[in-house]
Structures are given as structure tokens and as C-alpha cells.
Design a protein around this ligand. Structure first.
Ligand code: ZN
Ligand code: ZN
Ligand code: FE
Length: 766
């Protein structure tokens, strides 16, 4: 006989944790109790030692799908000879709520089965959910997580729903969004309301049939989802896709798709087992997949991009809307460069202009979430955008922080992060903080996360950039609230994000390959080897500086830097082969050319790898001007994929302070290849291989010299599968790490900032 007290920490509330504990305790003939408290779940079990061991094993093996056990603390207790049964004790609202809120997840198999069963009372009901599935974060107004504090609070449960909700052995026990078509929300087609009256309980079915008909006819729908509205059209109808692009004012950037079945995805794209698994995780991110030829998808969905973003249905409504062979464009509905539209007011105000019909429902979205985006590399999921399905799950750090910290993130692909003890709550994808609207979206989301997890920041961290909106705000906030502020170099934070996620200890040699980040010398960094040891960072090596002719304009127009490379290599004698390329340049190119020739003209300097990719892409004829971010480097990756290249020449020079890695010899070799008429795919692949080779060579040598065991890869360029694979496949005595839980791009920056903040504050100052 033994009695054990267990404190279980993690995502253990609102996910059916207590009933399953009761089931396995009773199965093992144990007595005791289970209840929720502010730190998670407390359990006491009493019985034979072997039975308790079985119970603990089952607790891990059979946990509910949405539950996550982070830590279990065991304490031996006195036997209670009077105890006869195992009880679920109802919880009280009290104390400091650090309980974790589950993310929004796709319908579980049991719910889908009920929805398809004509005899079930939730047959074809598009809001079906249970303890193991359904929306969470998007409908919670405040904690504790209780129906009255969610947008389901306005729907009183009918008797049968109430019975399920209060039966501790039921799958819907305390599933706060429990509802049915008698008591729950419904869909409606804007402008056709009167007609629904006559359809009574079947109106959701009628609406779905009506939408299907309209999509078949090439119409564009604005449809309310879990985290916001989507624009939807038939993805095999070229005319419809073109119209959608025109209405959304998004002429170039690839559009995300939703497919009705895995069989369909397999017909359209190459899908590995690991990719299937990610497509079907409860989080249901968009997954980047390689297209098959002639797959019937309208050309305007992704143009020449060989990768396609596809997701599987993730709400009961999607599951009903799409039959197995259906493929639709499902792109978030937002106005140009503004956040996702999610409120009914905004939907009615703006979506009429972007669509032929609008589908709303009366379950309010409290907090919007964009679709997450993933890519599978070496059978592992790599998040490129972390939002729906993942937020607000915290990322655990190795050690607890003494102070609560707010990290403001980057101005591009912004996320913020809040540190509370050992948890880092990385907020949802906010987007680029380029206008007031996105910035107020940032502030609103921040306030929400602060109150949901009761975090009041005692210190702030921001990027070193003098002009980032997020940094300017953080500086002001710190001053007003008299809080310490820590400014962190951009690429230090990228590497720290890897260190934080993998709980690495000791120094790491970090390779940061990135677009843009403000450097400590005032230049624009982005091709760096950094020795990072917690809060300390030393620049070991960098990509040789090249100018940004015309400043910011050079980021949008890679031909500018490409032309500089040509002039640097050939002077006035540019080979005739490039005349054709020069003819594709904007009319005023000679003007820039003349200005560049003037030594008195100063240009901002950069060591950005992103810019080098763009310049090489431009020279290989992939475009001179970006229509959207990373367009040309993505095209370069597409061109190179599956092609074996060779390592081209590059040079490594020991500078005064740092090693400089120059790719001018590489570009020269590529130009020679162009002159010799070599295949551009081979040249693109060779460029990729050379970059990996050069950076890994230096990183490995420096790590070995300093007896450093870890190499960490961070920055937006590691979204490039060929670069990531090229670096991790390189043999070395060091272990190589990169981010999985947060994006390698600026979406993961706040995690790195949070970690550095914690390290500095724990040490008690820099
Ligand atoms: Zn379910
Ligand atoms: Zn009901
Ligand atoms: Fe970055």
C-alpha cells in the first residue's frame, strides 16, 4: 500500500484530463481524488505500489489528445485508511491562474463520425466539438476557462447538451463550447436571411449546399472560419482565381489551398509520410508541398512556384463543405497589408468589395488567428508561421526566469513573447508592423495575452534597430513604466531562439543567414557567424560587405546590387552575354550606374545573405524587382531543387576584427557559367552548395578551435530547404541545431529576445 500526491503541470485543463485520470485510477482499483488548481492538476492516489505504477504509466500513455504533460511532482503521503473511492473534485476559481489554454484544433475522429451519422443528434452540425477538439484560444474572453467567459456564453445549453457537459464520463464533460443545432450557433449567408426561416434546423445544410453551388459557378466567397475570414474559390477555375486575385489586390504571391482529402493531395503533390502527418496534426497548418506536373490546379494559384501551400479541412464546417475531390483557394481575407478580418462589422464593411457572397456565423471570434505555415525538412516539421493550432502553447525554457519579461520582436513577421517563470508565451503572428492598423493589432494581442496568463512585464526587450516601431514603442513603454530595457542585436536573437528552444548550455557557434538586421556597427547585417553564450555575443565572421545601391530601394530591386557585382567583377568591360540582362532593367538603370561609379557617393553597406540570394537570382534571370518579399530567392531555390551542383570558388579573409567570407569569386564563376551557356539550374544549385560549404567550413573550424560543441542555425534564409539540408548534412564533430517550434525567420525572434532578456536579468545586469 502507498499513497502518492502528484502535481501535474502542462496543458491539463479544459482538455478532459480529470475524467481520464478518474477512469485509469478506477481501472487500477485506486482510491483518491483529482482536482484543478492554479498550477494545473493535483492528484492523490492510494493502493498497491504496482497498481500506482500502472496508473502513472497510463497517465502518460493514454492522455487526452489535447493534453500536454510538462512536469509531474511526486510526494509520498500518509495512508488514509477510511478512503473507499476515487473522486473528481470540482474546481474553484482562485489564485494566480497560470493554467495553460489549449490551442484551436481540428475536429477529432469521434466528432467527425457523429457529424456523418444521420441518426446522431449532431448530424451535419458544423459547430460540433468535444473535450478533445474544437476552438479554444479564439473564443476565450478571459480566464478561468469557463463557458461564461467565452463567446459560447451567450448560448445557453439545451438539456441533452447540459447532461453531456455535466457527466464526468462523457466525452463532452466540461467541454466549454459544447452545443448542438438546437442550442448553438448557426451559419448564415448574408442577404438571404429570410429564406433560412423556412429551412428551420436544416439551414446549415442548406447554406453549405448553396455555397458549393456558387463556388462551382466560379463565384468568390468570403467565409468565416475559426480565426477569421477567408476568401474562397474553386482552385481549378483559372478565371475565378484571377478574379479573386484582382479583388484582393494580390497579383503575385502564391495562394493557400484546402483539399478535401489526402488522396487528392497525393494526386496534386509529392507527399512524404512525414508531410502527411503534419497535414493531419490537430493544428492543421498550411504545408508547403512540391507540385506534380499538370495537376489541374489553376496556373494563377502559384504561377511558376514549384511549391504549393495546402491545408486539410480544420473545422467541421470545412469538413462538410469539401468533398473528397474538392480543391479550393482558401486565403485569409484582409485589406492590403492589414491584419486578418475577423469581426462581423469589418466583414460586412469590407468583404462585399472582395467577394460575390459572404458567409457569417453567430459564434463571435474573440481573438483572430492566421493559418500557420509549415514545411517538412528531413522528416521534421519546421514552422514558418506560428499561429492557429499552436498559439498559445508556451515554449518551455530550461530554467525559470526571476522576472516577467516582454520581448517586442521584430518589425517584420512580428510576434511578441511573454516570459513567465519557465514558460515563454510566443504570441500569434502579427505581420509586418508597417501601419497603424497592424500596430494596434500588436497592442491588442499583447494586452490579451498579458491578461490571459496574468503576466505583468517587469522588464522589456527589443531589437537594437533605431527605427523599428516595436523598438520605439518598447523604449517609450520602459521609460514610462520605469522598467529595465534590453536592446538585442537582431542576429544574436535569431541564434538565441535556437539555444532557447533546444535548452542548449555552454557557448554555441551560430550561423545567422538572414534578410535584414541592424548591426552593432550601424550597417545592415544578415550573413553572420556569431559566438553566442547566453547574453554574450561575439561576431566571428561575416559575409563581405556589399552596398545597397539606393538604400532601401535595393531590397525591393535586387538588380541594383546585381549590377554592382557585375561592375565590381568586370569594370567597364561587362561581357556581351549580359547585355540581354541589362535590357530587362528598369529604364533609369544608367543613372544608378553613373552614380555608383562616383567614389564620393556613399551607399549603405550590408552583409545580408538574403540580398546576395536576390542578386544571384537577378543575374540568373529570375526577376529584377520583388513583387512580394523573398520572391526571387524563392525562385532561386525552386530552380536549384533536385539538381546537384558543385562547390564554386569563394574566399575567406582574416580581417582586423572578423573573418570575411567573400562570394565575389562565386559570382564570377556563375557569370562564367552564364557566358559558357551552362544550365541555370546547375548554377543555382552550385550557388546553394557554395554558401553552405563556406559558412559551415568557417563555423566548424572556429567551433573546433574554441572547443564548442554546438552549431546553431538561425535567420530567414533557413526557410530554404536546400540551404538547411546542405548545412545539417555537413559532417562535423559538432551537433547542429535549428528551430522547429518557432520560425527560423523573424517570427521566432521574440523567443530569442526573451531568452537573452532572461539570461541578462538572471545574471543581474550585462
Ligand atoms: Zn471531438
Ligand atoms: Zn444543445
Ligand atoms: Fe531576421
Amino acid at each position: 500500500m502507498e499513497r502518492l500526491h502528484l502535481d501535474v503541470n502542462g496543458i491539463v485543463q479544459g482538455v478532459g484530463f480529470r475524467p481520464y485520470i478518474a477512469v485509469i485510477a478506477r481501472r487500477n482499483k485506486l482510491t483518491g481524488f483529482v482536482y484543478n488548481d492554479e498550477n494545473g492538476v493535483t492528484i492523490e492516489v492510494q493502493g498497491p505500489v504496482a497498481s500506482i505504477q500502472n496508473f502513472i504509466q497510463s497517465m502518460y500513455d493514454e492522455k487526452p489528445p489535447l493534453a500536454r504533460i510538462d512536469t509531474v511532482k511526486e510526494i509520498k503521503m500518509e495512508i488514509d485508511p477510511e478512503e473507499r473511492e476515487f473522486l473528481i473534485i470540482s474546481s474553484q476559481e482562485n489564485g494566480d491562474m497560470t493554467t495553460l489554454i489549449a490551442p484551436d484544433t481540428a475536429p477529432c475522429a469521434a466528432c467527425l463520425q457523429e457529424m456523418a451519422d444521420v441518426t446522431n443528434r449532431r448530424y451535419a452540425y458544423p459547430f460540433i466539438n468535444c473535450t478533445h477538439c474544437g476552438p479554444r484560444y479564439t473564443l476565450i474572453q478571459k480566464v478561468p476557462y469557463d463557458r461564461k467567459y467565452t463567446s459560447m456564453g451567450v448560448f445557453p445549453m439545451c438539456t441533452p447538451c447540459e447532461e453531456e457537459y455535466t457527466d464526468e464520463m462523457n466525452r463532452r464533460y466540461h467541454a466549454e463550447p459544447t452545443c448542438c443545432e438546437d442550442c448553438g450557433p448557426h451559419y448564415s449567408l448574408v442577404g438571404e436571411e429570410e429564406r433560412f426561416e423556412t429551412y428551420g434546423k436544416e439551414r446549415d445544410r442548406y447554406i453549405i449546399a448553396a455555397i458549393r453551388e456558387r463556388l462551382r459557378n466560379g463565384e468568390i466567397g468570403a467565409i468565416k472560419g475559426i480565426g477569421g475570414y477567408h476568401l474562397v474559390c474553386d482552385a481549378t477555375n483559372e478565371e475565378a482565381v484571377q478574379r479573386l486575385r484582382a479583388l484582393k489586390h494580390r497579383p503575385h504571391k502564391p495562394l493557400a489551398l484546402m483539399a478535401g482529402s489526402m488522396e487528392l493531395v497525393e494526386r496534386l503533390c509529392y507527399v512524404s509520410e512525414a508531410e502527411k502527418e503534419v497535414l493531419l496534426t490537430p493544428a492543421r497548418p498550411i504545408v508547403l508541398l512540391r507540385q506534380k506536373e499538370n495537376n489541374g490546379i489553376a496556373p494563377s494559384v502559384a504561377f511558376t512556384n514549384e511549391n504549393m501551400g495546402i491545408m486539410m479541412p480544420y473545422s467541421p464546417f470545412h469538413a462538410m463543405l469539401l468533398e473528397a475531390d474538392d480543391l479550393v483557394v482558401m486565403t485569409s481575407a484582409n485589406r492590403h497589408n492589414e491584419p486578418l478580418i475577423y469581426s462581423e462589422d469589418e466583414a460586412l464593411a469590407y468583404l462585399g468589395a472582395m467577394s460575390d457572397f459572404i458567409v457569417i456565423n453567430n459564434r463571435e471570434i474573440v481573438a483572430p488567428l492566421d493559418d500557420s505555415l509549415s514545411r517538412v525538412v528531413n522528416d521534421k516539421n519546421l514552422l514558418l508561421r506560428r499561429s492557429r493550432g499552436y498559439v498559445p502553447m508556451p515554449i518551455p525554457m530550461a530554467e525559470s526566469a526571476e522576472l516577467s519579461i516582454l520581448a517586442a520582436g521584430s518589425d517584420l513577421k512580428n510576434t511578441f513573447a511573454l516570459v513567465k517563470k519557465k514558460d515563454v508565451f510566443v504570441g500569434p503572428h502579427i505581420g509586418d508592423l508597417e501601419n497603424e492598423k497592424t500596430f494596434s493589432h500588436f497592442l491588442k494581442n499583447l494586452e490579451r495575452m498579458k491578461s490571459l496568463f496574468t503576466v505583468e512585464p517587469q522588464a522589456l526587450v527589443c531589437d537594437l534597430h533605431p527605427n523599428y516601431r516595436s523598438s520605439i514603442w518598447a523604449r517609450k513603454e520602459a521609460q514610462e513604466k520605469e522598467l529595465p530595457l534590453i536592446e538585442v542585436q537582431h542576429h544574436h536573437a535569431h541564434i538565441a531562439a535556437v539555444v532557447a528552444e533546444h535548452h542548449l548550455t555552454g557557448p554555441v557557434m551560430g550561423i545567422a543567414l538572414d534578410g535584414t538586421g541592424y548591426g552593432t556597427d550601424g550597417t545592415v547585417w544578415g550573413g553572420e557567424i556569431l559566438r553566442v553564450d547566453g547574453a554574450d555575443c561575439t561576431r566571428i565572421a561575416h559575409l563581405e560587405y556589399a552596398p545597397l545601391p539606393g538604400g532601401e530601394a535595393a531590397v525591393k530591386e535586387p538588380w541594383r546590387q546585381a549590377l554592382w557585382y557585375l561592375r565590381t567583377i568586370y569594370g567597364q568591360e561587362i561581357p556581351a552575354v549580359f547585355e540581354k540582362w541589362m535590357e530587362t532593367l528598369p529604364k533609369n538603370w544608367q543613372m544608378l550606374d553613373q552614380i555608383m561609379a562616383n567614389p564620393a557617393f556613399t551607399m549603405p553597406q550590408t552583409s545580408s545573405m538574403g540580398r546576395l540570394f536576390d542578386a544571384v537570382g537577378s543575374l540568373l534571370g529570375l526577376g529584377n524587382i520583388h513583387h512580394f518579399e523573398s520572391e526571387i530567392s524563392m525562385a532561386l531555390e525552386s530552380l536549384a531543387s533536385d539538381v546537384a551542383g558543385e562547390v564554386l570558388p569563394y574566399s575567406i579573409r582574416k580581417g582586423e576584427e572578423c573573418i570575411e567570407i567573400s562570394f565575389i569569386p562565386t559570382i564570377k564563376a556563375i557569370c562564367n557559367g552564364i557566358i559558357e551557356g551552362r544550365d541555370s539550374a546547375f548554377l543555382a544549385a552550385s550557388f546553394h552548395e557554395t554558401v553552405c560549404h563556406a559558412f559551415m567550413e568557417v563555423a566548424i573550424a572556429e567551433a573546433t578551435r574554441e572547443k564548442i560543441e554546438h552549431i546553431a542555425l538561425g535567420g530567414g534564409v533557413f526557410q530554404n530547404k536546400k540551404i538547411l539540408q546542405g548545412c545539417i548534412s555537413r559532417e562535423s564533430n559538432q551537433s547542429v541545431y535549428y528551430n522547429h517550434e518557432v520560425p527560423p525567420n523573424d517570427g521566432g525572434l521574440s523567443l530569442g529576445q526573451a531568452y537573452i532578456g532572461k539570461m541578462i536579468l538572471t545574471k543581474g545586469g550585462k
